[in-house]
Design a protein around this ligand. Sequence first.
Ligand SMILES: Cc1cc2nc3c(=O)[nH]c(=O)nc-3n(C[C@H](O)[C@H](O)[C@H](O)COP(=O)(O)OP(=O)(O)OC[C@H]3O[C@@H](n4cnc5c(N)ncnc54)[C@H](O)[C@@H]3O)c2cc1C
Length: 381
Amino acid sequence: MGLEPQFSYWERSSFIDNPDVIIIGSGLVGLSAALHLKKSEPSLKVLVLERGFLPSGASTKNAGFACFGTVSEQLECLQHSSEEEVARLVNYKWRGLQRLRQNLGDSNIDYQQHGGYELFMADEKAYADDQIEKIPYLNNLLKQAIGTDNIYSVASNKIANFRFDKISWMIYNPFEGQIDTGKMMRVLLNKVYDAGILVLNSCSVTGIENQPNEIQLITSQGNFKASKVILATNAFANQLFPDLKVVPGRGQVLVTKPIEGLKLKGTYHFNQGYYYFRNINNRILFGGGRNLDFEAEATWDFGHTKKVKQQLITYLNEVILPNQNAEIDYWWSGIMGFGDDISPIVKQVEPNVFCAVRCNGMGVAMGSLVGEEVAELALNS
Ligand SMILES: Cc1cc2nc3c(=O)[nH]c(=O)nc-3n(C[C@H](O)[C@H](O)[C@H](O)COP(=O)(O)OP(=O)(O)OC[C@H]3O[C@@H](n4cnc5c(N)ncnc54)[C@H](O)[C@@H]3O)c2cc1C
């Protein structure tokens, strides 16, 4: 299939023909890669192809936690990864967050550092005791990763201030923050446009053909050619490269209507990180529940299930905002890319085709660096 004849000479010459690099996917990783390519080699022609009307994976649908992991998440990682590997990943997320803030500017992304909390329910005493006992060990293990040894501390005495119910223990981490996800993606897109990078939406890539001197992309809008291609399609990576070890994981999220006198500020996790909530302006954003049915949530389909929705509503009304009858204004879902290995996949998949996928649900923290890494790989191969 050739390019559709309706493209004018002007459209072809200014929008379509001869990019040096095509990036598939306009999420945080794809756009960060595009910017890094252009910064490193300003003469490169970089084109981003995005299948959605907006970026349509995780980057505009996440919770906006600028986090590097709770105590239970770190201990869970240590069950199947070495201490060095866990510390390396925390350092990577920490540096990724600094890079995101440097690149985009704290005020542009509404970065606020109210700290992060991990909550334990009243019926989790043995589990909470065990996690709390391991705080000194983790603080020591991770002190080099973020440059301080006072990362986690017990803060159960603050529970009453937040008016939670059924919560008996709390761990605090002052180094975590939150951003406005929408603002992050808008300012990133603006930077991409300012750098002279073109982003074309509603263009789904359905095939990649390695030809003698170029890569040809088959898309819903016709064929495109480039010398190099970067795949930044995260959860959807297997649709083009079935061998990549990426499993999709849907995250269902709600945002309440504004709540008068809302006290709570910060990012909060419970149930080993499977549930998370935060304040956004004077509302609560609350998501999670993938663990209720891993199989059903390992999907590329956006949407909701009754089971997860019901559990989120129950926790919202019984634990987070007890007796307040909070009304819900928004429901949405986003798709993350997971794998057994805790690190993202940044590698060459074919000659002149590179991938940067699988941020394991932590791409706000890692995405800027993952994008830079794949751009460097493409530039130097
Ligand atoms: C509900 C939810 C909450 C989250 N909360 C947090 C958080 O608080 N903190 C944190 O660090 N991380 C969080 N994450 C994870 C984070 O959002 C992701 O790790 C990150 O956005 C991944 O960025 P990406 O660019 O790799 O992927 P994506 O943003 O998914 O971008 C991939 C893009 O590729 C496009 N695409 C796919 N296939 C094709 C194709 N064939 N052709 C063209 N385009 C294609 C998609 O439409 C999509 O826009 C959350 C994710 C979700 C879903």
